[in-house]
Design a protein around this ligand. Sequence first.
Ligand SMILES: [Zn+2]
Length: 420
Amino acid sequence: MIDHRKLGRELELFHSDPLAGAGLPIWLPAGAAARHAVEEYIREEERRAGYQHVYSPPVAKRQLYELSGHLPHFAEDMFPLMRLSPDDEFALRPALCPHHALVYRSRGRSYRDLPLRIAELGGMYRAERSGVLGGLSRVRSIWLNDGHNFCPLDRAGEEVAAVLEMIQRAHAALGVRPAGFRLSLRGAGDKYVDNPPMWKRTEDVLRGVLKDLCVSYVEAPDEAAFYGPKIDVQVVDAAGREMTLSTVQLDFHQAARFDLSYVDRDGERRRPVIVHRSVVGSMERLFAYLVEVHEGAFPAWFAPVQLEILPVGDVAVDHFSRAAIAAGLRAEVSWEGTLAARVRAAAKRKVPFVAVIGAREAAANNVSLRIRNGGEHPLPAPEALTRISAATHPPLDKAVGGGGGPLGPPAAGAAPGAVS
Ligand SMILES: [Zn+2]
């Protein structure tokens, strides 16, 4: 069975060291390169959707999480507080929303500012028990593709719908195959904020969006966030375990706790709601899933190494490798070993493009381009680079990514998303 932990080791994507601690993975250069490409793609999708990006620290004073409601409702998932002095206590953050509420509050807001869409790919921490930690799928240090849309309640439905559409585009680009949608609702007990009328209104908004988009879903009682209901997009890993990857949540609670407001068209001060959303979830869980679903052979646009250059004999490849890097490709030259051994090694590392350059090719400024699962093509060197560049562009303007042009490796299976 495919296991991202085993493949992650073989492909040198990430590393876990007991000296650092379980659930605190280190991203090695190959994993970091792939993740960086995915992060850039997501940021660009968000920018086009009107998000503004911020940075905020993964640690803050205890009072911030008291105000947000995390310490009263969520403390068992948080690391213990750190005390610097009797009246100076800090927490590793369990979520980014409190900092984004402070972004909202950093100046006065009017109806013209709304919806205000704030995004950050930021670090946060969860005190998972050591027994449940495994590879990248359950970790204590989490880098979340997070975002918060502040808007009037009557605009929340369209914001949620736009987020679901962005999720569908991202899934198609990454080769994610959603297993289903889940409407997560509150359960009994004091885990949830006590405000029955707001629970009803926000649940109705989410149900309305799912209905308008003709999305089939299951209802999951007692799976809501403590501050409101959510729509979760589920995936299934290679071991058959279902987990939440993407989510969009409606929160009526934190805006009140932070006393967020805006001046409406009529001059009245009103309270926004917060749409919490993650388009692709945490980088850890996303890559645990992507490694397995692609069996390590990522679509070319986020492959760690996109082009491996294999010189045969004493040929000069500096010019070609510099041109490839200047064209934006992640390219490497491999000299060690026989050509057959180097071709095998590149195939094992699932490199999408391999350029073999022997004396004959070098003399004619040609390369022999081998494509992952796609044959061998003799091409002039500049044309090879143009084609590889076209095939490794992040799929921002296309519905389905991964391939591109006749030379592109086969696109990852189009996600059979339920959003119509
Ligand atoms: Zn949030």
